[in-house]
Design a protein around this ligand. Structure first.
Ligand SMILES: *Cc1c(COP(=O)(O)O)cnc(C)c1O
Length: 427
């Protein structure tokens, strides 16, 4: 597989290099040079999740990894289902929260862990360093847990993430080191950036970032769009509209890549909360990020979405006009109201999924089939959901289990030298 840097086209890398490097020169994103296409999508849709996903990922990766290797990577990564659920006539939820950390990031995080293991030597030392405000840290921690040659260091702002989220990824131990930084999320990100800017340190501990710009994470996410459509009754597959609750726009990028492979999707909808840089851009043609506003759908509190250049690149290469994308932004009040309506209709959701549902409902035409992505389990946003619905959600097994375990995080001053000491210590 060949990929090029969107900003500096002369930089070309293999799949292995793209997985290890994450970003190219000048912060450029990697993008596949060739976009494969399946001629017989119906046959592909008739296959089961694992063999079908193996074919999809092999089509991209090509000869660099054997199909057997890709198959075992997929088997190890995708150990949980992605079911659809009919919320009402012609409208389906795609539930992406049945993995170990109850959010869709498990698919990408786990496939990235498999990819990194496949493209590195067993004796090579790698340190994943990442900052999180919640979901990504949990998915990465669980995905890499127990991989001996890969150390994981996760920074998070002390006292600023929900106690339930903290317990989910700070109780693992072994190769997972969690660090509560005396600062906010931006301080954590700044420390990570400083580490990557330190060439000597980078080499010494083999730094890698595992964030959502890694191409392997995106590629994994393509597979569940096929899985969703495969579960629809055949007569409903021709006019499918998919609504994607978006923050950094990795999920929508993966959906568009699925369409480029031949998946029949009539239209995608980019759904956001009030951090609506993309919907405004699609309306006015002007890219004008504002200061990020905290919302109840906080995994989408992003005003400079880092995957957007990939969407532009793909649309440009395939001649898809950006005006074909649906769009919409939803306030907290509207999300809460929608959550209540859905609950009354018999479907328990959380704010991110509710945003996608609301805009889908507004924009779905007669005769179309709607699909919206449920990116997290309602219990992951228990405080907010309980507050809106006036109830008390029980904890699903993974949350209950980790909630009862001891926190293993260490505290750290907001100081680069202190972080360097931790990175050296964990080797
Ligand atoms: C990360 C996340 C999103 C946003 O996904 P992007 O791929 O960044 O657009 C939406 N919902 C939840 C629950 C998330 O964790």
């Amino acid at each position: 597989m060949k990929l090029y840097n969107i900003k500096e086209n002369d930089e070309q890398v293999s799949f292995g290099q793209a997985v290890r490097q994450g970003l190219g020169r000048n912060q450029g994103l990697f993008f596949p040079s060739e976009l494969p296409k399946f001629d017989d999508v119906d046959t592909l849709l008739a296959e089961d999740f694992i063999p079908r996903s193996t074919k999809i990922l092999s089509a991209f990766i090509g000869e660099e990894l054997s199909q057997d290797t890709v198959k075992s990577m997929v088997e190890n990564a995708f150990q949980f289902p992605a079911p659809i659920h009919a919320v009402k006539e012609g409208v389906y939820a795609l539930e992406l929260f049945h993995g170990p950390t109850l959010a869709f990031k498990d698919f990408g995080g786990r496939f990235m862990a498999q990819s990194l293991a496949a493209v590195t030597e067993g004796n090579e030392q790698i340190t994943i360093l990442t900052a999180t405000s919640g979901d990504t840290g949990a998915a990465v921690a669980h995905a890499f847990y127990g991989m001996d040659n890969i150390k994981v260091v996760i920074l998070y702002p002390k006292g600023k993430i929900s106690p339930l989220q903290e317990k989910l990824f700070c109780t693992l131990g072994k190769n997972i080191h969690t660090v509560a930084v005396d600062g906010d999320f931006d301080d954590c990100q700044a420390l990570v950036k400083q580490s990557f800017d330190d060439a000597e340190l980078r080499k010494e501990v083999g730094l890698n970032s595992a964030n959502s710009i890694n191409i392997s994470r995106l590629m994994a996410q393509i597979c569940y769009y096929f899985e969703a459509v495969s579960q629809l009754p055949k007569e409903k597959r021709s006019d499918v509209v998919i609504s994607v609750p978006s923050g950094n726009f990795g999920n929508l990028t993966a959906g568009l890549l699925a369409k480029s492979l031949g998946l029949p999707v009539k239209r995608f909808i980019a759904a956001t909360n009030v951090n609506d840089t993309v919907p405004r851009y699609l309306e006015t043609g002007k890219w004008e990020p504002k200061t990020t506003i905290p919302t109840i759908s906080n995994a989408m509190d992003v005003s400079q979405p880092n995957n957007w250049p990939r969407i532009e690149e793909l649309c440009q290469r395939l001649g898809w006009g950006l005006e074909t994308l649906g769009k919409g932004a939803v306030t907290d009040e509207q999300s809460a109201e929608t959550l209540k309506v859905m609950n009354a209709e018999g479907y328990l959701c959380e704010p991110h999924g509710a945003i996608a549902y609301r805009i889908l409902e507004e924009q779905l035409n007669e005769g179309e089939t709607g699909l919206f992505l449920c990116t997290a389990h309602p219990a992951k946003f228990k405080e907010v959901v309980d507050d809106i619905l006036g109830g008390d959600l029980g904890l699903p097994e993974p949350l209950a289990k980790h909630n009862a375990m001891e926190l293993l995080s260490e505290d750290l001053a907001n100081d680069f030298d202190a972080l360097k000491a931790v990175l050296r210590k964990v080797q």
